[in-house]
Design a protein around this ligand. Structure first.
Ligand code: BGC
Length: 721
């Protein structure tokens, strides 16, 4: 039974008791629940006095690596394992997934985010939430919304136009809310178009609940709330962390003085109570530490992206020089709230050594960002006397709270690559990084390049699996690797200044912007090599009221079993709105045995063809021919099908503010206006001149003309009747 709560109890229930717990209300039999990070492991605090150090848990690959698998089934399995660990540790809500778009490669938290593309992000976010929640543990979809940088993150206003917001930055949130029904959504720190997200009523109530049907709890990011009363009024339910005695008192006062409707507070408290109720059946069970480590290894191996291979991989029987400190001391996750204390930690050096009977020798190559001549010479000498050299380089620590200053590798790492390649041309560079690094121009000189990302606690074994061909690489880039930072669409508007961050590239985020400007890139969105090859047959496409169905035969033409990530990009030539030249609209991750052909079917949902029409404030599918290009990356499109799609009805109401041209472009408008202007033919030059003028302005300018204000009013009534 729902016992009645006083306003004071409701206020207490809607703020945390401490860093990670909600407040129990004993009189009503409401226990406290535990929420904790997230997203690639369960970070349950060891002691209340140190809320940031976690007990050991599996450190799965961070989102950057999980996303590069392009495999929602695998991410769902990761979610299930995370759910099992959370349950075993008594955690009710795991704070993830983070579905913010990677707007700039410099964002310090890109390792926690999936992709620069909303469709891929959404598919993986849905999988993560479904996996975790299938275990009776709640997810917290974060950080809602437009939180794509760390600089000034608690105050900066993300200034985004509505179409960009809807089509790009909100799209994955909408999809995950609708399809996976997360128990909670976490509002972000930043402001959106000037208003703190934690008190953004349009976002938290009108869009999230009203349009998308969210019925769970909106929780604040930790410390995001500025004005508790304004937040609750806007639709925020749970303020974390706590306690927040002053905020609780302010809420009670606001209710007493009528500044806040009692029902609004009751609703929030009821939502928190319902969340607690969902978690009540919580049972603890152990989890299989070894099986989770093995799963972490499987995901990491599948997320590694083979960027370049001039025949040097997979490794043969010759001797190996393993160079670079990161081979021995792995970079396996980023810093900040997502940092996990792993149950164990594999390093690449040991795993490579264990995987071969060949001689494996190691030299650290660097011990800081500055080149050390002695370390470099030792590494180069080892490379010279080995059959193949593996060079591990990457970013220095990346962490929540700060954006990166540069795309470049540290100088000492660049120098190591250069000296090793000079000593032994059979060199493979292995990148260890959470955000993309610049590979041009030095990659031209290396025959092998492997993007290992931050692969989690089992990354060392995963790297060995790929190097020796125990796993045939199938990871794909979920973000573009630019040639230069200045080429990036976000470059001129990152990280903003004076409290504002203008999303100046609009809908042209990531590859959309590179493609629109026909910019050369180092490695395109969707790209990744395999140890086998795939050939595409001709794609065919049909459209109906549900969307577009594409079929394409794909053949494994090599001699190894492998996986192909088949990608479908849609273009709308002649669209009346500015669009990217192509947008990812479907993909399939398909295992194909050597010599076999798979008949791949890709389903493009009709909703995903829509753009946000700012005139009508709604989604619209444009009718006409849609080009569906299918291939192995956004820039390796092998076959295109053209299909006719029926458009939505898009009659824009004509008003006095509509221009002469708009009236004439509309068949009814042309008829009604044409007969009103009936008389001597209008000079075509005059018509051209006046085409952009709104009718009511013409009426003002030419008071004696055929369009006086009364006539305009009659026309508007007639045309819309
Ligand atoms: C982060 C969130 C995290 C929360 C709790 C915040 O600083 O932005 O992602 O879930 O802390 O640790």
């Amino acid at each position: 039974m729902n016992a009645h709560l006083t306003a004071a109890e409701q206020a207490a229930l809607t703020s945390g008791a401490d860093f990670w717990h909600t407040t129990a209300v004993g009189s009503a039999g409401i226990p406290a629940i535990t929420l904790t990070d997230g997203p690639h492991g369960v970070r349950l605090a060891v002691t209340p006095g140190d809320p940031l150090t976690g007990q050991p848990a599996t450190c799965f690959p961070p989102a950057v690596t999980a996303a590069s698998t392009w495999d929602p089934d695998l991410v769902r399995r990761m979610g299930e394992a995370l759910g099992d660990e959370a349950r075993a540790m008594g955690v009710s809500v795991l704070l993830g997934p983070a579905v913010n778009l990677k707007r700039s490669p410099l964002c310090g938290r890109n390792f926690e985010y999936f992709s620069e593309d909303p469709l891929l992000t959404a598919a993986l976010g849905v999988a993560w939430v479904c996996g975790v929640q299938s275990r009776g543990v709640g997810a917290s979809l974060k950080h809602f919304a437009a939180n794509s940088q760390e600089t000034d993150r608690m105050r900066v206003s993300s200034d985004v136009d509505e179409r960009t917001l809807r089509e790009l930055y909100l799209r994955a949130f909408a999809c995950v809310v609708r399809k996976a029904r997360p128990w909670t959504v976490m509002c972000s720190y930043n402001r959106l178009n000037g208003v703190h997200v934690a008190q953004h009523r349009w976002l938290l109530t009108e869009v999230l609940r009203g349009e998308w049907g969210f019925d769970g709890v909106v929780v604040s990011d930790w410390g995001a709330v500025v004005d508790r009363v304004a937040s609750v009024a806007a639709g925020l339910d749970l303020t974390m962390p706590g306690p927040d005695a002053a905020g609780d008192r302010a809420l009670v006062d606001a209710v007493r003085t009528g500044r806040l409707d009692q029902q609004v507070l009751t609703r929030s408290a009821d939502r928190v109570r319902a969340l607690v109720g969902r978690c009540a059946a919580h049972a603890t069970a152990g989890y299989d530490v070894d099986a989770h480590h093995a799963l972490a290894r499987e995901i990491a191996a599948r997320g590694i992206v083979l960027l370049k291979n001039d025949g040097v991989l997979p490794l043969g029987a010759g001797s190996i020089a393993v160079l670079g400190e990161y081979a021995r001391t792995p970079r396996y996750q980023g810093g900040g709230s997502s940092a996990i204390t792993p149950t164990r930690l594999d390093d690449a050096l040991s795993e490579i050594t264990a995987a071969t009977s060949a001689r494996v020798a190691f030299a650290p190559g660097y011990d800081s960002a500055e080149p050390d001549p002695a370390l470099l010479a030792e590494a180069a000498e080892l490379a010279r006397t080995s059959d193949v050299a593996l060079v591990f380089v990457g970013t220095p620590a990346e962490t929540e709270g700060v954006d990166r200053a540069s795309l470049d590798l540290p100088v000492a790492h660049l120098e190591l690559v250069q000296q090793v390649v000079a000593a032994n041309p059979r060199t493979v560079v292995l990148l260890c990084n959470g955000g993309v690094v610049r590979t041009a121009p030095w990659d031209a000189a290396v025959p092998g390049l492997v993007e290992c990302w931050l692969p989690g606690q089992a990354g060392g074994g995963a790297i060995a699996d790929v190097l020796f061909g125990r796993v045939n690489p199938s990871g794909r880039l979920a973000e573009t690797i630019p040639r230069r930072l200045v080429d990036h669409p976000s470059h001129l508007d990152f990280p903003g200044g004076d409290g504002h961050l203008r999303y100046g590239e609009g809908v042209h985020v990531g590859y959309r912007g590179f493609d629109a400007r026909e910019q050369e890139v180092s490695y395109a969105f969707g790209f990744g090599l395999s140890y086998t090859t795939f050939a595409y047959g001709a794609a065919t496409a049909t459209a109906d009221q549900h969307g577009i169905r594409v079929r394409v035969p794909v053949t494994n033409t090599g001699d190894r079993d492998g996986r192909e990530v088949v990608q479908a990009y849609v273009s709308r030539p002649g669209s009346r709105v500015r669009r990217a030249p192509r947008e990812l609209k479907a993909f399939a991750n398909v295992p194909i045995a050597a010599g076999e052909t798979a008949e791949v079917v890709l389903e493009i949902a009709r909703d995903d063809l829509a753009h946000w029409d700012v005139r009508l404030s709604r989604w619209v599918v444009e009718g006409g021919p849609h080009h569906v290009a299918v291939g192995a990356s956004s820039r390796d499109l092998r076959t295109t099908a053209v299909v006719e799609v029926d458009g939505d009805d898009v009659r824009v109401p004509l008003t006095g503010q509509s221009s002469l041209a708009e009236w004439f472009a509309d068949p009814r408008g042309a008829r009604v206006l044409g007969s009103a202007l009936d008389g001597p033919a209008i000079d075509p030059a005059l018509l051209t001149l006046a085409a952009a003028m709104p009718l009511d302005r013409l009426a003002k300018m030419f008071p004696g003309g055929p369009l006086d204000p009364a006539a305009v009013a009659r026309l508007v009534a007639a045309v819309n009747s």
